[in-house]
Design a protein around this ligand. Structure first.
Ligand code: ZN
Length: 376
């Protein structure tokens, strides 16, 4: 059974600065540790093969989880690299993780020249021509991979929860740290559509998107053009060039013209460590308008992420706290954490999780839906 909900609603704005969360320990706790901590609410599906129907001794725990999960009405999903890992090519995990990918991904380390991923996704990539060129090369490669990637079972699962039916669980918001834009391939969860409630799309991309570039001066978003990122040159923004040309022409014609803002440079729209994230500001706005002023969700699914970035971890904690505030009305909420890897968040968030599932995200959605379930 899920733990008793907490009445506390101490929701705060998260910092817009993106940086790695404080490391708790270099050695992750063992599976045994979590079994002890969560008891019946710890489910290890890592050995389960979707090709086989036998789930062994897990059926009873699964039944409890299914019952609790499908009794809820509104879901907020916080996701990371783990939901895209089966999207077509192991390299995608580095893309899906965006700035947050673990340095243990072999392909990614090769591309980075053996460096940990955080170094290549740090604002320092613009400090030298060599590192800028390497960063551009990686972004072009990630963009090409993302273009070919296909939605996973987890993406389809989220999409299936977008139907407007008050009698069943509905996806209220999907917040992802992934920059792979796989969601754009399913209209109901596309960040380009206002499919979610209110004026916000169903999917909010916390750390940018690889299919866009952004001007550092005028802040305009443009579709990503791989041809512009073939070397170390940081391409000029065509919108700024156009404005500057018009301004110069106005001066030549003897007309009044605005003060020159200069010509901005284009960057891939991927959040870098120690950089400022416009997307996180958007999320803060949504937090205030949507989450805090309306009724909170009664279900939170954290999937495929270790929540290594402090901004994402704080945001998730706030969402969980909001969900737990249902406890003051005598209604139970549910927070489920699903991931292959052990999380890197602290005790405060840990204590808000009701059910921990160790394993693949696609396997989880297959099991939570169950055979012959109407939600498949
Ligand atoms: Zn510009």
């Amino acid at each position: 059974m899920p733990k008793q909900p907490r009445p506390k609603t101490n929701v705060q704005r998260q910092s817009p600065i993106c940086k790695p969360a404080h490391r708790r320990s270099s050695t992750p706790p063992s599976t045994v540790h979590f079994e002890k901590l969560y008891g019946a609410n710890y489910l290890d599906i890592s050995q389960y093969n979707t090709m086989h129907s036998e789930i062994g001794g897990l059926e009873e725990q699964l039944a409890v989880l299914r019952k609790a999960f499908w009794s809820k009405r509104e879901l907020i999903a916080m996701t990371g690299a783990g939901i895209s890992v089966n999207a077509g090519g192991e390299f995608l995990i580095s893309l899906a993780g965006g700035i947050l990918t673990a340095s243990s991904v072999p392909d990614f380390r090769t591309l980075c020249g053996g460096k940990p991923s955080t170094e290549l996704f740090n604002i320092d990539v613009y400090k030298s021509k060599k590192s800028t060129e390497k960063y551009h090369k990686m972004c072009v490669e990630l963009f090409n991979k993302a273009t070919k990637a296909k939605p996973t079972a987890f993406h389809y699962f989220l999409s299936s929860l977008c139907q407007n039916d008050r009698r069943r669980l509905r996806l209220r918001r999907h917040i992802t740290q992934n920059v792979d834009c796989i969601e754009t391939k399913l209209p109901s969860i596309s960040p380009d559509e206002n499919a979610g409630k209110g004026s916000f799309p169903a999917t909010q991309q916390l750390h940018g998107r690889i299919d866009q570039m952004i001007c550092q001066s005028c802040k305009k978003y443009l579709p990503f053009d791989p041809e512009l990122f073939r070397g170390h040159e940081i391409p000029p923004c065509p919108e700024c060039v156009k404005a500057e040309t018009q301004r110069e022409q106005a001066l030549l014609d003897g007309r009044r013209a605005l003060k020159s803002r200069g010509i901005g440079r284009l960057r891939p729209n991927v959040t870098l460590y120690e950089d400022f994230s416009l997307d996180e500001l958007d999320i803060s706005e949504w937090m205030e308008k949507d989450l805090l002023k309306r009724s909170p969700p009664d279900c939170v699914l954290i999937a495929g992420t270790r929540l290594k970035a402090s901004g994402a971890a704080k945001l998730t904690k706030n969402i969980c706290l909001a969900a737990k505030s249902w406890g003051s009305c005598g209604k139970e909420s549910l927070v489920v954490y699903v991931n292959k890897e052990q999380p890197s968040f602290g005790r405060a968030l840990d204590s808000l999780i009701d059910f921990r599932v160790h394993g693949d995200c696609d396997t989880f959605v297959s099991l939570i839906q169950g055979r012959g379930n109407a939600y498949c």
